[in-house]
Write a protein that binds this ligand. Structure first.
Ligand SMILES: [Zn+2]
Length: 268
């Protein structure tokens, strides 16, 4: 079976201008996008960032008939404290094949805001994972724990500094992720654009040793030239950690794809 990017944005997300049809010439027979759902979004003046689900459905149906590809629906749920009921209500009324859970903000700022660069890195790290711990306790209805390192992307921590500050919290977070069947996302944007490979080497071993068995690879593309970026590196990374499969999510089903079977398109 062929693997495909499990984390992709188009202009149905507030922070992407890319047209879905632009991905079509790069996509294989299967394709999914994961559009932002972020209530009380500090990056949008605390407005709710919702996708236009009806227009999204129409565009997917149009591209399916034009291209003959199988195109799935996905959402990246921004989980933040106090927004759980709104998230639940939205998800109970809108169907998706894959739900990524992300922790972007603390109700006041997004952890990718410039101000975070000027804050104390240890304090930011501690704050971010304390928040994530509370939030994942409160809401965990999803398929994938996306970019576990989002809040520390800007901090240039060594894995030693990271382990000292966040190791215990992250271990507890992964225990819950495994209990609720959330996959570990190998986010190639974090690893190769924000140079957090060391943190991924550290964290994936914790997830694996706690009994986690689900893995996805996502580019987090917001533009077509970022689609499936560094996927061959991500496969080599998984193999180096003695992990030999990835997972694909579609409505109510999870598929295991052995890395040996992953399409040449991605591998080389
Ligand atoms: Zn994303």
């Amino acid at each position: 079976m062929k693997y495909y990017d499990q984390h992709v944005h188009t202009d149905f997300s507030f922070d992407s201008q890319e047209k879905m049809e632009h991905y079509m010439r790069l996509a294989g027979d299967d394709f999914v996008t994961t559009e932002h759902l972020e209530f009380h979004n500090p990056d949008e003046k605390d407005q709710d960032s919702l996708l236009d689900y009806d227009a999204y459905t129409r565009e997917i149906d149009r591209l399916k008939s034009v291209t003959g590809k199988r195109i799935y629906k996905g959402v990246e749920v921004g989980v933040s404290l106090g927004q759980e009921d709104k998230i639940r209500e939205y998800l109970s009324n809108h169907e998706f094949d894959i739900k990524l859970l992300s922790f972007h903000q603390n109700g006041q700022f997004d952890f990718m805001d410039d101000k975070v660069k000027h804050m104390d890195p240890v304090e930011v790290t501690d704050l971010y994972y304390r928040n994530m711990w509370k939030e994942i306790n409160a809401f965990h209805d999803g398929d994938v724990l996306a970019h576990f390192d989002y809040g520390v992307r800007q901090l240039n921590l060594t894995s030693g500094q990271f382990a000292t500050t966040a190791g215990v919290l992250l271990t507890n977070i992964f225990k819950l992720a495994i209990r609720y069947d959330l996959a570990f996302e190998v986010n190639t944007k974090s690893m190769y654009r924000y140079h957090n490979i060391g943190l991924y080497d550290y964290a994936i071993e914790i997830y694996k040793q706690l009994g986690g068995k689900r893995y996805t690879i996502g580019s987090d593309a917001h533009k077509v030239d970022q689609f499936e970026n560094h996927f061959s590196d991500a496969i080599a990374f998984l193999q180096a950690h003695d992990i030999h499969h990835v997972n694909v999510f579609r409505k109510n089903s999870m598929t295991i794809v052995p890395l040996d079977d992953v399409d040449e398109r991605i591998k080389y």
